[in-house]
Design a protein around this ligand. Structure first.
Ligand code: NHW
Length: 450
């Protein structure tokens, strides 16, 4: 993994000037780090860029934009962001894979209810108009322990490979901070594969193989001594049929029930997204499923399923995943890894009255057991659907209650970690689920970032 190591000793010229906890163990009090400010205190002009570059708010909903002769006339602004990320975004440590977020994914990820257009920030080369840098924020309401507040969720920070190590990233970060502050929002949440000052929690990646032949071929999974592809194919075959009675695709009519379930469920975690309005749920679950045309969904980004109790017709569970392919960089046969990522889920098993007992400890154990069974059933069905939709692998982190099913559903532990950060908010460390697999304890993290 890439935790600790040389980065731990870095000087952090930029991060040491920012309102983030500077050291591990410093997070004693819960609350903001900076002094109280108002938008009137915020510098009204954009942060200065190095000569030759200019800011450009990216209008990702605008279909076509013609800029200068150097550009393909039909390139939309979302295409430009997609192209920048496709060539320059996150790679694994061995430079074998690079994330390939689709246009539809970016549109979905960047336009939730209440989004700010001016938080989609690009940097262009003045002369040519070429997009060479990007950072984005979306508003998201979080609860961290007992405090609830508005955040910017920062994502898709990217600087063109040819412009690396020139301290452009801090300029992008300062500019998005300024624009978020102008909206009277003073906190942010973000994740990174790198370690900077100072995480509030760290999660580990797990991978569930669905197409072992391909995963072995591209070097994603090892073929252990004595193992055969044929055996792996049998081992990881999730079957054709889902098994939970009432398991079906989520539809718009489910939104308010799913929202209520999700809010209750996420209430159990130390840090969670609120999903305060049904519109949030509608966006993150339904709009991401794309439009149906000719009996086929087009541009599907999210797959969401519910369990409708066949006797009461109530929604008892929801489970979802999103698609995030990776480019396979040097392979003669394959150029794309079709990866699904576990997204939000919830189950009313945690509130089961059947688990009632006089003794609170026994009650917890029984509830945990019920929840374990239900989550395993849900994920078993999710794997069937993911296989049907031709995914090669399902990835998950150790957040939410994922430790309840990772081992049993044959997810293998990856070597990547995902580190979670808050900006201008101090909170005691939150369990990222990395050390709890054996006890099957839930993590403290109830927010899933894209
Ligand atoms: S994490 C994915 C980030 N993107 C990539 O990894 C793509 C490939 N890499 C690149 O494009 C998900 C470049 O390497 C980037 C850095 C642009 C990453 N987070 O310009 P310099 C997100 O998008 C610090 C935070 O020379 P570069 C979340 C680094 O520690 N800081 O580097 C984004 C150093 O500072 P230090 C990062 O390689 C959250 C400085 O940047 C970082 O050319 C952003 C070096 O800059 C990272 N991932 O460009 C924070 N990577 O103090 C939001 C490097 O250590 C904060 N650095 O000297 C909240 C803002 C909103 C607040 C509102 C209240």
């Amino acid at each position: 993994g890439h935790l600790g190591g040389p980065q731990a000793a870095a000087e952090h010229k930029f991060w040491k000037t920012q309102p983030v906890p500077q050291k591990e163990g410093e997070q004693e009090t819960e609350g903001p780090i900076d002094e109280h400010k108002t938008p009137a205190d915020v510098q009204p002009h954009p942060i200065a860029l190095p000569a030759g570059f200019e800011w450009s708010i990216v209008d990702i909903k605008k279909d076509e934009e013609v800029r200068g002769e150097c550009h393909t006339p039909s390139l939309s602004q979302i295409d430009e962001v997609h192209n920048l990320l496709t060539e320059n975004y996150v790679e694994d440590d061995d430079a074998m894979f690079r994330f390939r977020y689709s246009r539809e994914f970016l549109l979905w990820a960047l336009t939730p209810p209440g989004y700010y257009k001016e938080w989609h920030i690009g940097v262009r080369v003045q002369k040519t108009g070429k997009l060479v840098g990007f950072i984005s924020g979306i508003p998201v309401e979080l609860r961290v322990r007992n405090n609830t507040f508005m955040n910017a969720e920062i994502n898709f920070l990217c600087v063109h490979k040819k412009l690396r190590s020139k301290r452009l990233a801090p300029v992008l970060i300062k500019e998005v901070t300024r624009r978020v502050n102008l909206a009277n929002i003073w906190q942010a949440i973000y994740t990174a594969g790198v370690r900077i000052p100072t995480p509030f929690s760290t999660c580990r990646y797990y991978h569930r193989s669905l197409n072992p032949a391909k995963l072995v071929d591209i070097g994603f999974s090892p073929l252990r001594k004595g193992e055969t592809i044929a055996r792996l194919v049998r081992k990881y075959n999730p079957g054709e049929q889902t098994k939970t009675p009432g398991f079906r695709e989520m539809v718009p009519a489910d939104v308010s029930q799913v929202a209520a379930l999700l809010r209750r469920y996420l209430g159990r975690f130390d840090c969670a997204q609120l999903f305060n309005t049904d519109e949030d749920v509608e966006h993150w679950f339904i709009s991401g499923m794309g439009k149906e045309a000719n009996g086929k969904r087009e541009n599907q980004v999210v797959w969401a399923y519910v369990v409708e109790d066949p006797t009461t017709n109530l929604i008892t569970d929801v489970v979802s995943f999103y698609t995030l392919p990776s480019t396979i960089m040097q392979h003669p046969k394959y150029d794309c890894l079709n990866a699904a990522y576990m997204f939000y889920y919830a189950s009313d098993a945690v509130f089961a009255p059947g688990a009632s007992s006089d003794d609170a400890f026994t009650h917890d154990l029984k509830t945990q057991n019920l929840l374990d069974r239900r989550l395993n059933a849900l994920v078993t069905d999710l794997l069937v659907m993911a296989k049907k939709h031709d995914f090669d692998v399902v990835n998950a982190l150790t957040l939410l209650d994922n430790n309840a099913f990772l081992d049993e559903q044959m997810f293998g532990r990856g070597d990547g970690a995902l580190v979670n950060y808050l900006y201008n908010w101090s909170t005691a460390p939150i369990d990222g689920g990395m050390s709890t697999t054996a006890q099957r304890k839930s993590s403290g993290v109830g927010v899933v970032m894209l």
